[in-house]
Ligand binder design. Sequence first.
Ligand code: GLY
Length: 259
Amino acid sequence: MSFHFTRAIVRPPSSNFADGMTSVSLGVPDFARAFDQHARYCEALERCGLTLVHLPEDPAHPDATFVEDTAVLSARCNVLTRPGAASRAGEIETMRAALAAAVINANEIIEPGSLDGGDICELGDHFFIGVSHRTNWDGAAQLAALLTKARYTSSCIDIRAVPGILHLKSGIAALDDERIIAIDSLTDHPVLKGRDLVRVAPGEEYAANCVRVNDHVLIAAGFPAMQRTLEKLGYDLIVIEMSEFQKMDGGLSCLSLRF
Ligand code: GLY
């Protein structure tokens, strides 16, 4: 099962977190509140049964709290990424060390490929690979080859013209091995045809970035329609305040690497 995890790597925001990149205009994040929201997020992962590996804050890389972008971890294939934003390239050094410490052997995306973990969505034995302004076709092809070797299948979704999303997982999220949440601008994509899709109500697009962790689904606070939909489907939700991370283009999945 692709959503069964025992551990997660997390890293708190640094005090200069607001110096990171963002494409949204929701105001400057409040550091104390972001730090507290991150602590609540970590508690939620622990409630899901995970043991956490805490990396130290990384002020040299203000976006480094979004650890998911630096690796793709799965049962048969682990990959250290090559983040598409120059300011984030150095984040992989501490992640390389963290993976080694966790005894995770990882392949690496190499130049000219670039790839952000936020563009990778695992659904059972299949991976959707977002081609974005961070993940290029070469990076996508490198990952696809590694996945094939590990007996996974994959398909690409070009999101560069999809408005309002930074990464593929800003717009889709796997709820289990079959069911996937998708924002309206992605539901008609050919690679999602025939999938069990959960639609996102207009105005609640940020809530698409849910995270299934063992018996729970983490969902951002403030999105009642998505909450109702998932509750009706029988998911056990943990609702988490994400306002300060949303201001910096970050979602729930970005804040941890689950394995
Ligand atoms: N602020 C998250 C990112 O741009 O990568």
